[in-house]
Design a protein around this ligand. Structure first.
Ligand code: HEC
Length: 137
């Protein structure tokens, strides 16, 4: 339940830009979530060209957003911070995909990231490509 609330929160932030006139009612928020889940390419956070829409979709479908937001640190670093820290090289994509699958700690602080052993390497790499496409500097 907590996770759903956080996901709703993230979605309402994402949707705020293009549906500001929408009321805060639960039904509207639910509709917004469905829209994000079905058509992630419509989300304004998706970068126009360099990003991986598939990676973004995989992230929305996993538990990542419980600990990560695009531009705000929660439990884990914001994706923008991660993107700004690493060059989008093949080596870094492999390394970060490995961290998502196996878990990791020490790059951003004491709190470890939980492993995601069920993810395939290809899916984890798509997620990393999407994250690294959020680079702002
Ligand atoms: C339980 C909370 C939690 C969840 C769930 C979580 N993360 Fe993390 N993540 C963290 C923390 C904490 C760190 C910082 C780890 C460190 O300091 O090395 C982190 C770090 C990262 C990093 C940067 C790793 C590095 O070495 O710089 C990436 C990329 C990342 N997470 C992606 C994801 C993705 C993709 C998912 C979903 C599949 C996910 N995370 C789910 C907590 C989480």
């Amino acid at each position: 339940m907590k996770k759903i609330l956080i996901v709703l929160g993230v979605c309402s932030v994402i949707m705020a830009c293009n549906s500001a006139e929408k009321s805060e009612s639960t039904e509207d928020t639910t509709a917004a979530v469905e829209q994000v889940a079905i058509d992630t390419s419509a989300a304004p956070v998706a970068p126009a060209s360099s990003g991986s829409a598939k990676g973004e979709q995989l992230i929305s479908g996993s538990d990542c957003l419980t600990c990560h937001k695009v531009d705000t640190k929660i439990v884990g670093p914001s994706y923008v911070d991660v993107a700004n820290k690493y060059e989008a090289s093949e080596a870094n994509i492999e390394m970060l995909a490995g961290k998502i699958i196996n878990g990791g700690s020490g790059s951003w602080g004491e709190i470890p990231m939980a492993p995601h052993a069920a993810l395939s390497t290809d899916d984890a790499k798509e997620m990393v490509k999407y994250i690294l496409s959020l680079k702002t500097k």
